[in-house]
Design a protein. Structure first.
Length: 159
């Protein structure tokens, strides 16, 4: 196996990221798709590109020989200004996925470490996520812990 590169995604990666999103949904989704794969990839790819260019979203990737094998998406969420810090934000971590053939090798953990280091350089206050039961130990090993958030469900989750 060659050397794995951990890097920020670019516009050129958005179609591949959309394809990986399709694959992860087929593996983990709880409800059937409402569009075919090509429609999804086209529309999701456009949305991912728009969000990347707006700088509200950042996509981290692990690549091997140019192929994306793992990804983590982070949405930057601005906080209300306060007298002690006018510009402040936190990060919402989602769409964490490693292709099945590369799991159990520490790739996702190293990618998450890159995200955590990047979050410090971005002066984010914290990172937040909603882990599945299966992924909880992965995040705990990375230093994530239950916080003080309180949720109100507006509608049922579309799994």
């Amino acid at each position: 196996m060659g050397e794995i590169e951990y890097r920020l995604a670019t516009e050129d990666d958005t179609e591949v990221l959309a394809r990986i999103r399709w694959d992860s949904w087929l593996e983990n989704g709880q409800d059937p798709p409402v569009v075919d794969q090509e429609t999804f990839v086209r529309e999701c790819g456009q949305i991912l590109k728009q969000r990347l260019l707006s700088r509200q979203w950042t996509y981290w990737t692990a690549t091997l020989e140019g192929e994306i094998i793992s990804q983590i998406f982070i949405q930057r969420i601005a906080k209300v200004p306060k007298p002690s810090k006018i510009q402040d934000a936190f990060g919402y971590v989602t769409n964490v996925y490693t292709r099945p053939a590369y799991r159990g090798q520490g790739i996702g953990s190293r990618l998450l470490a890159q995200v955590k280091a990047w979050a410090k350089t971005q002066d984010l206050e914290f990172l937040i996520l909603w882990p599945s039961e299966e992924s909880l130990s992965f995040y705990e090993r990375a230093g994530f812990a239950p916080g003080e958030a309180v949720e109100y469900s507006v509608r049922p989750y579309v799994g």
